[in-house]
Design a protein around this ligand. Structure first.
Ligand code: 3H9
Length: 692
């Protein structure tokens, strides 16, 4: 049973018991209704307490049920709450841990609410692309007031119960045992009539219309492609202007509309995708972890410094090793400068800065790092250099230390073979800037021990990253796919596009930055270096040589004030470059290509479907464990638009047969070799299935 009923003297206790977060799924909703009915039917019962088992009161509607018939199966949440509110005996919500979404809405339907300190109170629906659909937009403004309620609903952010003590939301704060306190409170109100109902409270707010108009304008400016925030304002406006039941109807209609939107489905996909990514089928959840109490980073460059900051931010002492004092000093100074920038922006206090800098120390000697629980190398991307580092690490690191490489493309198994302890070697591929970007690709070598993998996954959470496991292949998940994307971007230039057109088209699709602006930011020389190695190893792979010509001119991007675009000093804005555009046109001519006008749709499809097709190969080969892992890589590391849910989810929404048809069409173009449909894509498309 996911909601149980019991009687303790004259009080009935309905306990929500639907792990992990007491989601209000069909069975639980039914259990609540049954419990209320039994309590009403028993004359000996004077009041009813609803309480949550485990972590909290309730995390809200069971989002796994959304878009399934169960979600709307009666009693749906609005019905449950009406039954609670109409109960002839007082119902008291006893809150701890979390009361979120439908959980808070249920509590708002109760006649009284008591809580312990430290509970997270929120209506976070907007973060899932929906709005509170069980009275939250109507009741919260009544009980908390228009402004604080609207802020909570639009932001979705939790407020701690102690902060809300003293508002009408809580009738009593309980210290000590919650159930005991709630029952004592229940007895104290058992005979009070009439029963207080939040629905009966009048919203008092002078010039509410003016305030709501201000809210609409603000939300419109910041919500981007997401429809939910604006609809939240509309629902709250109905609470102000309409009778309670009419307001509920407005809320319900808007909820049902939003729950069907692709934006909401994408957000829910990302929510579950993030949690799914931490589960590795052959690594049990109770695997004993290695303790990570100290860390070391080899290399104080941009990457090494950013990685070290992650440890310091999480309170873990970290030693940074460099070969030369000058480089070490420079690296540590950059770290300090980054923290000072955060402090200037008000994100960090002086005390926090001092504490974090106090956790970071520099060294020139490998002997100093031997006792670290984990060491991450972030040295130059060259197998010879890696070999030297791992030989050294094998020699100095204590037994059981995790030896990690931040390589973005090199073979982790080869790196592991430089040591006598390949089971302790793993890839931790951070994304630049490493102290900011959410993604951490965790590369599992053939011999990586399960506890090393589980510990590294847990570490990702500690340092607030989204950890995604990748198998070993050239480029792992993210860069292997992006290579196909960049490859298409190059072909598009040869066939008729200019960098600005490609960037604008894909940015309009929702990418944070197009491929050419991105490449200018990262440094075109990095790709050049990788291509020189890659295409020697794979001479059959076709690619546009324009990027090489660009680098031969020394146009490495923002750092040289010239790349695919021109840059002015002190300004990161990209200005189209006549020189580059002429070079592109001349290159097409040299290749005998008659340039043509290419539509934005073709640009977007070629870039995105190139990702999808490679993603399908990666999935089929088992490099990624699940399609949503690939989506998480792209959402958290490559600026793929969140409202589209990641490349694989996006392909699902377009329809795999449609994606396949386009791939066949592009295969008739100049580069059929780049458009060989992945067998998994063909298989799923013909079976009418999806990746996710
Ligand atoms: C709603 O209520 C709509 C109503 O207004 C109207 C209805 C008509 N359902 O985050 P964690 C799972 S919309 C199902 O790692 P934490 C999660 O997938 C809902 N499952 O834990 C994971 O499963 P697994 C509004 C859920 O302690 C496990 O719980 N509510 C739900 O760090 C642990 O999750 C929200 O948006 C759910 N509602 O944080 C709340 N929530 O172990 C969303 C979680 O299999 N949830 N799971 O991977 C949260 O913000 C956090 O999960 C919470 C716990 C703070 C509750």
């Amino acid at each position: 049973m996911t909601a149980t009923y019991r009687e303790q003297g004259d009080i009935a206790v309905v306990t929500l018991n639907n792990p992990p977060v007491n989601g209000l799924g069909y069975e639980t909703r039914k259990g609540i209704v049954d419990g209320i009915q039994r309590a009403i039917d028993n004359d000996a019962i004077r009041a009813i307490v609803i309480i949550g088992e485990g972590k909290g009161f309730s995390g809200g509607a069971d989002i796994r049920e959304f878009n399934t018939p169960k979600a709307l199966q009666e009693p749906w949440l609005q019905t449950v709450i009406r039954i609670v509110e109409d109960s002839s005996k007082p119902v008291i919500a006893a809150i701890h841990g979390v009361a979120m979404g439908g959980g808070l809405e249920l509590a708002l339907g109760c006649h009284y609410r008591v809580a312990v300190a430290g509970a997270q109170i929120a209506l976070p629906e907007v973060k899932l692309g929906i709005l509170p659909g069980a009275g939250g937009t109507q009741r919260l403004p009544r009980i908390l007031g228009l402004e604080p309620a609207l802020n909570m609903i639009i932001s979705g952010n939790p407020v701690m119960s102690d902060k809300l003590a003293g508002t009408k939301l809580f009738d009593q704060m309980i210290t000590g045992d919650l159930l005991e306190g709630a029952m004592t409170f229940a007895r104290s109100v058992a005979d009070a009539r009439p029963l207080p109902k939040v629905r009966d409270i009048k919203i008092q707010y002078p010039n509410a219309d003016g305030y709501l108009q201000f809210a609409r304008n603000t939300v419109r400016a910041v919500a981007g492609p997401f429809p939910a925030p604006f609809k939240c304002v509309e629902a709250v406006a109905a609470a102000v202007s309409k009778k309670f039941d009419d307001g509920l109807k407005v809320e319900r209609d808007l909820f049902l509309e939003l729950v069907q939107t692709t934006e909401s489905k994408a957000l829910r996909h990302a929510f579950f995708g993030e949690r799914a990514a931490s589960k590795i089928p052959d690594v049990p959840a109770d695997t004993l972890l290695r303790a990570i109490r100290s860390a070391a980073v080899i290399g104080a460059g941009t990457m090494g410094g950013g990685i070290a900051m992650n440890f310091a931010n999480a309170g873990i002492p970290v030693k940074v090793l460099e070969a030369k004092q000058e480089a070490l000093d420079k690296g540590l100074a950059t770290i300090r400068k980054n923290y000072e920038n955060s402090m200037r922006k008000g994100k960090l206090t002086q005390e926090q800065l001092d504490k974090r800098m106090g956790l970071i120390s520099g060294t020139l000697s490998y002997d100093d790092i031997g006792q670290a629980d984990i060491v991450i190398e972030a040295v130059f991307e060259d197998m010879g250099v890696k070999e030297a580092v791992f030989n050294k690490l094998d020699h100095v690191m204590k037994p059981g230390a995790i030896l990690a490489s931040n390589t973005s493309t090199l073979d982790i198994d080869k790196i592991a073979a430089f040591t006598k302890r390949p089971q302790d070697v793993i890839g931790t591929h951070f994304f630049s800037p490493a102290n900011v970007m959410k993604l951490l690709e965790i590369v599992r070598g053939a011999k990586t021990a399960k506890d090393v993998l589980a510990t590294t996954m847990a570490l990702a959470k500690t340092i607030r990253k989204t950890g995604v496991v990748s198998g070993v292949c050239d480029g792992f998940i993210g860069n292997r796919m992006v290579e196909q994307y960049i490859r298409q971007a190059g072909f598009l230039l040869e066939e008729g596009c200019l960098p600005e057109q490609v960037d604008k088209a894909i940015e309009k699709f929702g990418f944070a930055m197009g491929p050419f602006r991105m490449s200018d930011l990262a440094g075109n020389d990095i790709g050049w270096y990788i291509r020189k190695r890659r295409y020697v190893e794979k001479p059959d792979v076709t690619y546009s040589k324009i990027a090489d010509l660009l680098c031969e001119k020394g146009r490495f991007g923002q750092k040289t004030s010239a790349g695919w675009y021109d840059y002015k000093s002190g300004d990161r804005k990209a200005y189209p470059s006549d020189e580059v555009n002429q070079m592109i046109i001349a290159h097409s001519k040299d290749l005998g290509i008659e340039r043509r006008k290419i539509s934005d749709q073709e640009i977007v499809e070629r870039l995105v479907y190139a990702l999808v097709n490679e993603g399908a190969l990666i999935l089929d080969e088992g490099i990624a464990l699940r399609a949503s892992d690939i989506d998480m890589v792209y959402l958290t590391g490559y600026g793929f638009p969140l409202f589209r849910g990641g490349p694989m989810f996006y392909a699902d929404t377009v329809g795999l047969p449609n994606v396949l048809m386009s791939i066949h069409r592009y295969a008739k173009g100049r580069h059929p070799e780049a458009w060989i449909p992945a067998p998994l894509l063909s298989k799923l498309a013909s079976a009418g299935k999806t990746f996710n």
